[in-house]
Ligand binder design. Structure first.
Ligand code: SF4
Length: 512
């Protein structure tokens, strides 16, 4: 999908002290982050632990992709960095801003320096706190806090600090268990303190994935399994919701720290966000996307003949497009080629109309005079789809464009870490004019198709999505398509989001 909305990724490495190799945590953190670049390109960073260093914990972070931040195009600078931040433990992060501004000070990990070793810590996380306003208000009104940044990362840092504030060294598992009771939303956290104790935690609903595994004497954890596999981990496990990994004194333990009221795995991880080679909670992303394509084929209404060609929008719709084509016995061809070397900043700097052209090259050789079935994974705002349809017709020379979307219509914002937090930025509410449940009417779909300039438009039904993921619907978060939010604050924010929409307020939906 080209209206890119990513979230973040976390990584953690612990190497058992064992000769020279034990100081190579940063090298593996770098690899884990590089393999999760799909989840955020705004900033990257790490904190490593090394008791022989004056800065026992030391954090390095900056704006940019992982390779930019670690200066890999300059061997000397890069080696210096790897030397300076060498250690046997560490945490890492890539960020896409879902909350707060895009400046360097919000890059993660956030390190909080303190003279007492259990109060000196660093953490990074993947998620969004739905009860951000409540938490912030509590700090400012009851505890005289001054909040500097407009982000829930700062709020989370203060809440972690408060759990560690006593004059005796705390039990970290209990501290995070207490902390979790105060939070509503999505929060996968990687934490390390100046004793070298580490916590890797998955929230009680399990919105986002966390996997972990061993490679010889090294323990690795990451948001996505492809990162572990590419670091040489052959067997990995999925951390269950409400569980954390506690690393201390050479021991690695998985502990249940909170009850899970329900599982709410984000369906969008399979549809779009996660790397196609990853496996999330035992379900392959690739297989799910091919299933989505099969489901689209099952409900296809066009009378297919030789004049059709399927063109998947690169890269996330490729698996769905190919499998749909296989089922319908239509060729699937790369009618749109992604311009891989155009930087994100350049694409965003261009006008809306030019963005599609900056990102893709349309191949006339594939599409000219054809009835193109354009397969994409989702429509959020609609502007990119409209440009794509126009581009495929105008530049690609397609005779007709039939848009097929492997995700059901997105009707509501996300308060759990995905960058779509207002009703006003979504396409469907502009037609439905109020919170609705069930299927989007045929008349609305027809109207949208017309407004996009397409010859027809079909979405995946919710039942097809659930079958494709292969998990019970009750274990999935599908709130942005059903309006049924799994957490108490998600429900409140949904009401507020619609109020804001009616009042013409376009800011992120936080205040309740
Ligand atoms: S609201 Fe949508 S995008 Fe957000 S966590 Fe739920 S399914 Fe995922």
């Amino acid at each position: 999908m080209s209206e890119a909305m990513h979230n973040c990724a976390i990584a953690a490495v612990y190497i058992k002290p064992n000769g020279d190799a034990s100081n190579r945590a940063l090298f593996y953190l770098y690899k884990l982050l590089l393999n999760q670049q799909n989840r955020g390109q705004l900033s990257s960073g790490v904190t490593t632990f090394n008791p022989s260093r004056m800065q026992v914990l030391d954090t390095y972070k900056d704006l940019g992709t992982v390779n930019e931040v670690f200066k890999t195009s300059d061997r000397t600078q890069s080696l210096d960095l790897f030397k300076r931040y060498a250690g046997n433990k560490g945490i890492g992060h890539v960020r896409y801003a879902t909350s707060g501004s895009e400046d360097r000070s919000l890059a993660q990990p956030f390190e909080r320096h303190h003279g007492r070793k259990w109060k000196w810590f660093s953490f990074c996380w993947n998620g969004n706190l739905a009860n951000y306003t409540e938490l912030r208000q509590h700090l400012t009104e009851n505890a005289d806090y001054h909040i500097v940044y407009n982000t829930d990362t700062e709020i989370l840092m203060h809440y972690i600090s408060r759990e560690l504030r006593n004059s005796i060294r705390p039990n970290l598992v209990k501290a995070f268990s207490r902390l979790a009771q105060k939070l509503d939303g999505c929060f996968n956290i990687a934490f390390i303190n100046a004793f070298g104790e580490m916590i890797i935690l998955r929230d009680p609903y399990g919105f986002r994935p966390i996997v972990y595994g061993w490679k010889d004497d090294m323990f690795l954890a990451a948001s996505e399994s492809n990162a572990l596999i590419n670091c040489g981990v052959t067997e990995y496990k999925h951390l269950p919701p409400g569980h954390l990994i506690y690393i201390n004194n050479g021991n690695v333990r998985v502990v249940k720290y909170a009850e899970s009221p329900k599982k709410a795995h984000c369906m969008f991880e399979w549809v779009y966000f996660a790397n196609v080679s990853s496996v999330l909670d035992d379900q392959s992303v690739y297989i799910t996307r091919t299933n989505l394509g099969k489901e689209l084929a099952r409900q296809e209404t066009e009378k297919i003949d030789d004049g059709y060609v399927i063109v998947p929008v690169p890269d996330t719709a490729k698996a769905a497009g190919d499998s749909m084509a296989y089922e319908l016995k239509v060729p699937s061809a790369e009618g749109l080629i992604r311009n891989r070397f155009v930087g994100r900043t350049f694409i965003e700097g261009t006008g809306r109309e030019d963005r599609v052209q900056s990102k893709y090259t349309a191949l006339k050789e594939i599409m000219h005079g054809k009835k193109v079935i354009l397969v994409d994974d989702s429509i959020v705002r609609g502007s990119t789809t409209k440009q794509l349809v126009n581009y495929v017709k105008k530049v690609g020379g397609a005779k007709e464009v039939h848009v097929r979307i492997s995700c059901p219509p997105i009707r509501g914002p996300c308060f759990y870490g995905i960058d779509m937090s207002t009703v006003s930025e979504l396409l469907i509410p502009k037609y439905e004019k109020g919170p609705k449940k069930g299927y989007v009417s045929k008349e609305i779909i027809k109207q949208i198709s017309k407004d996009l300039g397409a010859d027809s438009l079909e979405y995946q039904p919710i039942s097809g999505l659930v079958r494709s993921i292969g998990k019970p619907a009750k274990d999935l978060c599908m709130a942005c398509i059903t309006g049924e939010y799994p957490t108490p604050w998600g429900k409140k924010l949904y009401q507020k989001a619609w109020e804001n929409y009616r009042k013409g307020i376009k800011e992120r939906t936080y205040a309740c």
